[in-house]
Design a protein around this ligand. Sequence first.
Ligand code: F6R
Length: 245
Amino acid sequence: MKVVVVKNYNEISFQAAQLITDQIINKKNSVLGLATGSTPIGVYQELIRKFQKGELDFSKVVTFNLDEYYGLSPEHPQSYHFFMWNILFKHINLKKENIHLLNGITENIAKECKQYEDLIQKSGGIDLQILGIGDNGHIGFNEPDISLDTRTHLVNLTAKTIRANSRFFNNAQEVPKQAITMGIGTIMQAKKIILLANGKRKARVVERTINGPITTKVPATVLQLHNDVTIIVDQEAAFQFASQQ
Ligand code: F6R
């Protein structure tokens, strides 16, 4: 694992956007795995800025999002569909047919998951996967104690994740209790992975992800087994990790 500690959130966004830019410049038809949540918003803003300056062309890029709440339609303001279109997709020149998101209101979950996995394989696999990390070590919505070789599947969200994500809803009751997510096995097949974390709240889980034993109790620890992971953290999130160096 390569760990890059930078000064602050802006610097995380800047560095991660640069790695994504390098990826797209090297391979115009790159397949990107994308995350939602607060952490990557700055990265997406930086990518939009680069696009507007003519430094980036997304016309051949293919994307797959990590996850979607089960039960939320694409039009729901808290759905990850809605988030991605507003925060990134509508501002850049990705082709609609190259954007892939899980359908949170599918009537056939098994089929939806299988189709998503097949599409990833058909696209040649994910070249670069962007990840955030939950306070409990989840990546995608792979919550603690999940099996480490899962593919795209339906999960029950933990009380901790529901509480953490209630900040985007009116209250915790409104947060869906389930989500569809790429599995750890899907994520581990990405050729390159960039994990981002900022703020004190993530310091403990960042330390465990980097130094801790590999355990299903902290799903992100499995990333230690991947051969091309870059973790970009700000000084606050690196606090516990750095204090051990
Ligand atoms: C989002 C996702 C989640 C988040 C994680 C951190 O697509 O897969 O794993 O990355 O919950 O969320 P934030 O960035 O809001 O702290």
